[in-house]
Structure formats: structure tokens, C-alpha cells
Design a protein around this ligand. Structure first.
Ligand SMILES: Cc1ncc(COP(=O)(O)O)c(C=O)c1O
Length: 447
């Protein structure tokens, strides 16, 4: 492969970006003296050339402290399904602000939002609220252990289910880590407590799942998965794989848990379970559920959720179900549900147009681009072959993609460093066209 222009010129791109972001650079330098790492969550540190500081966002656009305006495809790592600062959410929050931020007690928005979720999410006989995706996955796993009396759960390599020790396992291990682990689950950082509860297998590998159940089925309380592997290259399940998981968990008396923190409200109003037509026992939601405010949801079948209702499985939290977040959630769901959810057609059409356009331009420029998934969330990488499993994603050229990201930033396009692209209902055909023109400039006009 001949080296592409933006790889050759990444030093110039970096210099060009640095000139435009002096305000961000100064702030990051200052922040590191008081804030551990200078950022509020570890991944943000990896931004190239430096973490940016933002002052406002509206619709599909975000503006940094140096007044650079970007078309935003990061959407705060997923939550902003309606774009930045949408009026219906602003009004709902403003109205609630006057009435009180939090009561630590019951209020009408709790059952109003619960009823909406029940209406749209196939597995939602009952729901429970918390504040983050990490927390709600823990509630789901505790519920599965409580319901089955078993200790272990099965997860897939490359899937992310939050930062708790119990699930921060075999998430994006390096090749060397995989080789030295000899099939054992791999913790991500130091300080994690020893893990004896996780059975980690490869995504889309039926035989590994069958073997795990044959050997340890009596001990496996649940299978938890991202129904589309958004956290590692947006790898869809192979045809029939989700149904296979539905069947094998039912057969062995284990629960099937869809972690819909990303796919929820994004692939469809009822999440991946609606989109793919496979209904889990429990499902977790966060990100888009709160439209940008901290909210997470456990949705599940009545027979399992009854353990929470009866107080046998503890689910607790001071700020759970607080009215500000639920006001935002209600406004978000009502917006998405308008006209029978017709906004999803636009979301999918725009996403496909963008993905196809990007693929075409980059391929035409001689790059081995691979695009996976589509519509409201998709992934781009530079690789010779499409991947089906996490391990196969390891052959992608991430350094080249990083240079590409830098060039995009220089052209006013903000995208996530890992190759994931998120669309909101606020992105217009004009945004897509401007983005594709910018990519064309990237590949045609080395600076
Ligand atoms: C699929 C999935 N599950 C769980 C989480 C954890 O959610 P949170 O960051 O809200 O704790 C994430 C976060 O990105 C996620 O993508």
C-alpha cells in the first residue's frame, strides 16, 4: 500500500491543529496540577494532539474555547442522540429545575418514564433506575446471581460493561496479553481484585460458548453481551448468533443480558432487541437514555425483576430516579417516539450516506478501509480484511487511523479516536455533505 497523504503529513497537521488550540493546550497544562491526569475519565487523555476544552454545543456542532467549530460525531461518546442542547430537553430540564433537583423520594416522572420504557422496550415488564452504565450492569449481574443461585457469568472478549472489577476483564487485551493469559480472563489495570467469576470467550464463537456451558453451565448465572459489539469496531453478531445465545441460556437456566448502553435508543427506540428481534431476560441502558444527563435503566422480565420488588436483591442509590434526569429522559423518549419513531429512518439514512461516502472516498484514495455496522453508529478502520471477532480487529492500522483523525480535526470534523462514528437526529444532509467534502480535502490536498 502506498502511504496516504495524511500519514505523510501528520507532523504538519499536528502543527496546524496546535496553532488553533492554544486555549485548550493552556487549560490542559493547568488542569493537570489539580485534576488527576487533567481529565475526568481515563480515555479522554488519549486525544490527539491534546484533550480539547469546549464551551458550547448546539445541534450537530460543538465549539471549543478557541472558537473552533466542529461537526461533532463523538456526541459525548454516545449519549446525545438528539444532538447538543436540544430545545425539548432544555425546556423539560428548565421546568423541573424550578420544582426541585432531587427529592430522595417518589414523584410522578418515575412511573411516567417507566411506562414509556415498558411501552417501547420488548423485555421491559418492569424497570429500575440508576445513574451510570457501570452501576446498572452490576444490578443486572446481581439479579442474575440472585435468580439462579449461581456465581459466574460469561462475557465476550472486547465487550465493555463498565469499569467495575467484575467486568473490566478481557476488554481490548493486547496480542501479548492474550498469548500469556493461556485462556484465562485478563484484567485491564492494576488494583483490580482477583476475578473468579468471569468466563471470557470470543465473540461470535458458538463452540466456545457451548464448551463453556458444557463444562461450567451449572455455575453460569448469565451471559452478558453488547448485542452489537460497539466498543470494539462495531462488530455485529453473526446471523443467528443472538438467537443461539437466547436458546443456550434458556436451555441451561441462565439469564440472557443485553448490555444496551450504546445500542439502546440508537439502533431503534426499543434498542437492539427490537432491531434484531431477540428478546433478552434483562437489558441495561444508559448513554442516550438520559439524553445527556446521567441516567441508567435496568429493564427486565417480571419474573426476575420481582426479586427487586420483593427486596431480595438489593438495588439502591441516593440519586436514583432523580427528577432532573427523568425529565430529560421523558423528553428524549417522547421526541424519538414522535410520528411512530419516523426520525429513525432519517437517522439510518444519514448514517448510511455518511458511511458509504467515507468508504468510497477513502477507498478511491487507495486506502484499505473497512466499515462495519451502519446508520446511527458505525466504525471505520484501515485493515486488509473485515473482522468478526475482537482478535481479528488487532490487525487494523491504528496509527494510520490516528493520523486520519488528526487531519479530520484540522478540517473541523470531530470523531472518536477508536474509529466509532455516532450520528444524532440533529445531523443534516448538509452536515454529511460538508463532512464528505472535508474528507475529500484530506485525501487530495496534503498540507
Ligand atoms: C456497552 C457499555 N456498557 C457499559 C458502559 C458503562 O457505562 P458508564 O460509562 O455510564 O458507566 C459503557 C460505557 O461506555 C458501554 O459502552
Amino acid at each position: 500500500m502506498t502511504a496516504p497523504p495524511f500519514a505523510l503529513f501528520s507532523a504538519q497537521r499536528e502543527a496546524s491543529v496546535r496553532k488553533k488550540i492554544s486555549g485548550s493546550l493552556a487549560r490542559f497544562e493547568r488542569a493537570q496540577h489539580s485534576l488527576a491526569g487533567g481529565v475526568s475519565t481515563a480515555l479522554r487523555r488519549s486525544a490527539r494532539p491534546s484533550p480539547l476544552y469546549f464551551k458550547s454545543g448546539k445541534g450537530s456542532r460543538i465549539t471549543d474555547v478557541d472558537d473552533n467549530n466542529y461537526i461533532d460525531y463523538t456526541l459525548a461518546w454516545g449519549p446525545l442522540i438528539l444532538g447538543h442542547s436540544p430545545e425539548p430537553i432544555n425546556q423539560a430540564i428548565a421546568a423541573q429545575l424550578k420544582l426541585g433537583h432531587t427529592f430522595g423520594a417518589q414523584h410522578d416522572l418515575e412511573f411516567e418514564v417507566a411506562e414509556l420504557l415498558k411501552k417501547y422496550i420488548p423485555c421491559a415488564d418492569r424497570v429500575a433506575f440508576a445513574n451510570s452504565g457501570t452501576e446498572i450492569v452490576q444490578v443486572a449481574l446481581r439479579l442474575a446471581r440472585g435468580a439462579t443461585g449461581r456465581k459466574k457469568y460469561l462475557k465476550f472478549e472486547g465487550h465493555y460493561h463498565g469499569w467495575d472489577d467484575s467486568v473490566l476483564i478481557s476488554y481490548r487485551p493486547t496480542r501479548a496479553q492474550i498469548e500469556s493469559a493461556h485462556g484465562q480472563p485478563i484484567p485491564v489495570g492494576t488494583g483490580q481484585r482477583p476475578n473468579h467469576e468471569t468466563v471470557a470467550v470470543e465473540w461470535n464463537d458458538r463452540q466456545m460458548v457451548e464448551r463453556a456451558f458444557a463444562e461450567q453451565g451449572h455455575d453460569i448465572a448469565a451471559v452478558v453481551l453488547e448485542p452489537m459489539l460497539c466498543n470494539s469496531s462495531c462488530l455485529p453478531a453473526d446471523p443467528g448468533f443472538l438467537q443461539f445465545l437466547r436458546d443456550i441460556t434458556t436451555k441451561h437456566g441462565a439469564l440472557l443480558i443485553f448490555d444496551e448502553v450504546i445500542t439502546g435508543f440508537r439502533l431503534a427506540l426499543g434498542g437492539a432487541q427490537q432491531h434484531y428481534g431477540v428478546v433478552p431476560d434483562l437489558a441495561t441502558f444508559a448513554k442516550a437514555a438520559g439524553g445527556g444527563l446521567p441516567l441508567s435503566v435496568l429493564a427486565g422480565k417480571a419474573e426476575f425483576m420481582s426479586l427487586i420488588a420483593e427486596g431480595k436483591v438489593v438495588h439502591a442509590g441516593t440519586l436514583n430516579g432523580n427528577p432532573l434526569c427523568l425529565a430529560a429522559a421523558k423528553a428524549t423518549i417522547e421526541e424519538l417516539a414522535k410520528d411512530n419513531g419516523s426520525v429513525y429512518q432519517q437517522l439510518w439514512a444519514n448514517g448510511e450516506k455518511l458511511r458509504n461516502g467515507l468508504e468510497q472516498i477513502l477507498r478511491h484514495a487507495g486506502l484499505p478501509v473497512v466499515a462495519t455496522a451502519g446508520g446511527p453508529v458505525f466504525h471505520l478502520s484501515f485493515a486488509e480484511h473485515p473482522a468478526r471477532t475482537y482478535r481479528e480487529t488487532l490487525s487494523a492500522n491504528t496509527a494510520l487511523y490516528s493520523d486520519f483523525g488528526l487531519a479530520l480535526l484540522d478540517e473541523g470534523i470531530l470523531a472518536l479516536p477508536d474509529g466509532r462514528w455516532y450520528l444524532s437526529t440533529a445531523h443534516t444532509a448538509d452536515d454529511i455533505e460538508q463532512t464528505l467534502n472535508a474528507i475529500q480535502r484530506v485525501v487530495e490536498q496534503p498540507i
